[in-house]
Design a protein around this ligand. Structure first.
Ligand code: EPZ
Length: 458
């Protein structure tokens, strides 16, 4: 698939012109998982032998992570569009990783475990919080300390050091206060080369963690119990290179299923791993969609959209990363629904934006109380983060007339060729590179003529 090449620097001024009410049909290819590929790139630092990653998605977050690895002396090559050959034999930290490199990508913090184990000491910028929440890292820090690291957090940086002559972490029993995905990943990676056994209790169970452990075990690690909330890691002397294929992106898959349901369409997605989407499939069936699973493909057919309550939860619960897209679906459901976000304290930015499209949603303490409406109307709006921008696109696909959706600097972080894939299914979306659009995030001026389709830059 040839995706429209995007000039990163002006993503903020790009937008999608979306003609609503198009029925989707056909088959769409699901890319490799962003949240797996990012941590697998960090894990490749745990060996000085070659790691070959296949099915790597083309995303701006992946490009940022590659830049971080290059800054660490890692050699990166590829012999096709979606694979990476990673060689960390010259791994080193010259001057500290540039703040803007690390602060701009939370996943960069996944490097702390491997760098600490391989180099004995590392200083990384604290990963920034973001629009959806504070994103603390206390569980990462506490766990690394329990493995024997000396950690100092000062002036926005984290310095981690292994004491003692052996320069090795020491296995320990760690109980996480919450099933943090990132903390579980950091501690698994750090424990693979520690001395002795580490047991992580209340570990996160996400498929991306299972993918990480599969790759690490291919490299010679001894990890058991992943996918459950108790993971055991027996430290080994060293890890070797390997070849690994990134799992399909369950969040991209779920986004397409929801987009199909919102447009009363009938599409097939693949490849997917159906049991990574169980809670999403059950929820979509409850809303009235018909779901058919055939091997690594899923077909969804929708004739009606019924209101259904959901509460986000750690895997295998309903994923927080699909909460915003699902809210766009419930906005046009028959009946009233409640959507509770339990993972992040500030991941409801899309509610106000959907209301500007004619939705009827009240936000009370991180719970969206939704009265389904018959139809949304096209608007010019800018998404505030990765998944809220996807939610606006879904709303625009279902709405009458045309919308202009901005926030593509967020969208391109996590969706590989999103509008190109939707157009293959029959959507009518054009990426505007330089047509300035006025996004009416401010109070809508009632005097603006109703039939004005787009507003010239103010
Ligand atoms: C990963 O983030 C994903 N990102 C997120 O996807 C996803 O939403 C999240 O897991 C939950 O599934 C990547 O994998 C790169 P967490 P992560 O640590 O690791 C608390 C997307 O849209 N917490 O499970 O940062 C805190 O309240 C992104 O693709 C602590 O209290 O998630 C946090 O909000 C967004 N202390 C919540 O757990 C800690 O030390 C979830 O965090 C760590 C976390």
């Amino acid at each position: 698939m040839i995706c429209v090449s995007k000039n990163e620097s002006n993503l903020k001024s790009q937008n999608l012109k979306i003609k609503g009410k198009k029925i989707l049909e056909g088959k769409v290819k699901i890319s490799g998982a962003k949240n797996s590929a990012l941590v697998l790139l960090a894990a490749s630092l745990l060996t000085n032998e070659k790691v070959i990653l296949n099915n790597v998605p083309k995303l701006s977050d992946i490009e940022k992570m590659k830049n971080i690895l290059k800054h660490l002396g890692v050699k990166l090559n590829s012999n096709n569009a979606n694979n990476l050959i990673i060689n960390s034999k010259n791994l080193h930290i010259g001057d500290n990783l540039p703040f803007e490199l690390v602060n701009g990508l939370r996943a960069s913090f996944f490097c702390i475990g491997p760098l600490l184990s391989m180099l004995g000491e590392v200083t990384l910028a604290l990963p920034g919080g973001c629009k959806i929440g504070k994103r603390p890292i206390d569980q990462h820090i506490t766990g690394l300390r329990e493995l024997g690291a000396n950690i100092e957090v000062k002036d926005g940086f984290v310095n981690a050091k292994i004491q003692g002559k052996k320069k090795k972490l020491v296995g320990s029993k760690i109980l996480l206060s919450c099933p943090s995905v990132g903390a579980t990943e950091t501690l698994i990676m750090a424990a693979t080369l520690a001395e002795g056994r580490t047991v992580i209790e209340n570990a996160a169970r996400e498929p991306e963690i299972q993918d990480l452990c599969l790759m690490l075990n291919k490299m010679g690690a001894q990890i058991h119990g992943y996918g459950n909330s108790k993971i055991t890691i027996d430290g080994v002397e060293k890890l070797s290179g390997c070849k690994h294929k990134v799992i399909p992106d369950r969040i991209e898959a779920g986004t397409f299923l929801i987009a199909s349901a919102a447009t009363l369409s009938n599409i097939t997605i693949g490849p997917v791993i159906p049991n990574h989407l169980e809670s999403v499939l059950e929820t979509l069936k409850a809303t009235g969609s018909k779901i058919f699973i055939k091997g690594n493909e899923i077909t969804i057919k929708t004739k009606e959209i019924k209101a259904v309550n959901i509460k986000t939860a750690p895997f295998p619960g309903f994923p927080t990363d699909l909460q915003a897209p699902f809210t766009a679906l419930m906005a046009i459901a028959k009946g009233n629904s409640e959507i509770s976000e339990t993972i992040y304290e500030n991941r409801m930015g899309h509610v106000d934006l959907l209301n500007r499209m004619g939705a009827s949603i009240q936000l009370v303490n991180n719970i969206a109380k939704i009265q389904g409406v018959d139809e949304l109307k096209g608007q010019n709006l800018k998404g505030s983060d990765l998944r809220s921008t996807a939610a606006l696109i879904i709303a625009a696909l279902s709405a009458k007339d045309t919308s202009y959706i901005g926030g593509l600097e967020h969208l391109d972080r996590g969706y590989d060729c999103f509008e190109s894939k939707l157009n293959i299914l029959g959507a009518n979306i054009t990426r505007n590179f330089n047509e300035q659009i006025f996004f009416n995030q401010t109070i809508v001026d009632e005097n603006i003529s109703k039939n004005t389709e787009k507003f010239k830059a103010a």
